[in-house]
Ligand binder design. Structure first.
Ligand SMILES: Cc1ncc(COP(=O)(O)O)c(C=O)c1O
Length: 147
């Protein structure tokens, strides 16, 4: 817990933390859980990592393509997707390498709040993106300036 707080600026509670063998396993568990709770669609970055879509679809979710540009996930388009869950790779978009801009982070948090939505962060490359402006921080730890 202290590592996650120190390295990722997250504030996890033990009862809200699940240790998995990697992102794929954690994401698969999450997708199945969401499906069991009635979620039908998830916005997945396009272009993105093929496994994101495959894992979501295997769990029974429809993967809705979410556009990406040089600022990362194009958040305004999430509103049109009708999704309440969105997967993003904010520190290092896969495969473009874009870093989700401050404005987009603010928009993403606003989307999640207003939509009562869920942001799924795949930050597999954060250890090699320490130069990024929001290095190391997970969405729950994004600074007020991102709002
Ligand atoms: C975008 C992305 N996310 C996650 C992973 C790693 O997934 P896992 O932790 O399941 O090995 C990779 C590995 O290539 C990747 O490219």
């Amino acid at each position: 817990m202290s590592y996650l707080s120190r390295a990722r600026a997250a504030a996890p509670e033990p009862e809200h933390t699940l240790v998995c063998s990697g992102f794929s396993e954690g994401f698969a568990v999450l997708c199945r859980t969401l499906r069991d709770r009635g979620v039908e669609r998830i916005a997945i970055e396009d272009p993105g990592w093929l496994s994101h879509r495959l894992i979501a679809e295997r769990a029974g979710l429809e993967a809705a393509p979410a556009a990406v540009d040089d600022q990362g996930l194009v958040v305004p388009e999430l509103w049109d997707s009708g999704c309440e869950v969105a997967l993003t790779t904010p520190a290092h978009q896969f495969p473009t390498g874009a870093v989700l801009s401050s404005r987009r982070r603010a928009a993403l948090l606003e989307w999640a709040e207003e939509r009562d939505g869920l942001i799924v962060e795949d930050d597999c490359a954060w250890t090699v993106t320490r130069w990024a402006r929001f290095r190391g921080s997970s969405p729950s730890g994004w600074p007020p300036s991102a709002r």
